[in-house]
Write a protein that binds this ligand. Structure first.
Ligand code: AMP
Length: 282
């Protein structure tokens, strides 16, 4: 496995693959790797000839300095996991390599980012759009792999690729969970055992809401119950719990079998902000 630290090193590594007609799969990450990341990498390995992973905690997508500073890091372990799973190269740039200067460009995703994460994390998707554009321009992959865990991010990136004509196929991989349902996330490392237990409320409520919807429950009643349940748990603060169109993220308020629906949630558990979502009918 090659460890690449500069844009030029990545470009020449990838050019060599392209000259040899080897397709490139790209998996961008922020490190502290877990099985969710490894599923993306497995999918990339099954679908392309050579896989490149990036590890970069992108400062421009954090709207909260504490979240950025406390973001878990485990580079040694990450490299071991990547070596074992068999990726061709890992790109680990310093901040300066990606941001020689603070970008002045602003990317506005319009309606796609006015709710959910976009509403609660102002500027987040601008930062995501900029870093993903930079990484796609550096790696020039045939396919790039993203997790459904970050559903709104998937919508934003698909739109970015369409609007800016990036020559890449976006492949979406289902959310990987622990046995008890908790969605894997690097931020779970910041939860103590009591908090981890409370964090299960997110998946418990998503599952409850999905089954109630299937049984003909009215969304507003379901929502009331969910909010009540969250309010009963100390140190857990619900930010949003929404039924949305899974592709354009528009707000929905009833079950409709003809629209791909997902339920999305964000909540603080102690000081850690977690997100999750569940597909309802697709
Ligand atoms: P991150 O390192 O958190 O920025 O995530 C890197 C990629 O892994 C993103 O495309 C995420 O959506 C994806 N990812 C994170 N957690 C999971 C999970 N539990 N299951 C599947 N994909 C995930």
């Amino acid at each position: 496995m090659k460890i690449l630290r500069t844009k030029n090193a990545v470009k020449s590594f990838c050019l060599n693959l392209q000259l040899n007609k080897i397709t490139i799969g790209f998996v961008p990450t922020m490190g502290a790797l877990h099985q969710g990341h490894l599923d993306l990498i497995k999918k990339a390995k099954d679908n392309t000839g050579s896989v490149i992973v990036s590890i970069f905690v992108n400062p421009t997508q954090f709207n909260n300095i504490e979240d950025f500073e406390q973001y878990p890091k485990s580079l040694h372990n990450d490299l071991e996991l990547l070596e074992n799973i068999g990726v061709a190269a890992v790109f680990i740039p310093e901040n300066q390599e990606i941001y020689p200067d603070k970008p002045i460009l602003k990317i506005d995703f319009g309606l796609l980012e006015q709710r959910l994460e976009g509403a609660f994390r102002p500027g987040h998707f601008n930062g995501v759009g900029i870093v993903v554009s930079k990484l796609l321009n550096i790696v020039k992959p045939d396919k790039a792999f993203f997790g459904e865990k970050d559903l709104q991010q998937v919508a934003v990136i698909k739109r970015l690729v369409m609007d800016l004509s990036f020559d890449v196929e976006i492949v979406v991989v289902p959310t990987v969970r622990d046995k008890d349902g908790l969605a894997l996330s690097s931020r779970n490392l910041r939860l103590n055992p009591v908090e981890r237990n409370k964090a299960l409320t997110l998946f418990r409520m998503l599952s409850y809401a999905k089954s109630e919807l299937f049984n003909g429950g009215a969304w507003l009643d379901i929502l009331l119950h969910v909010k009540h349940e969250f309010s009963q748990i100390s140190d857990v603060r619900l930010e949003y719990f929404e039924l949305v169109h899974a592709e354009d993220m528009s707000k929905q308020d009833s079950f409709n079998k003809d629209i791909p629906l997902s339920i999305c949630v964000a909540a603080y558990v102690g000081k850690v902000r977690l997100i999750d979502n569940i597909p309802v009918n697709h």
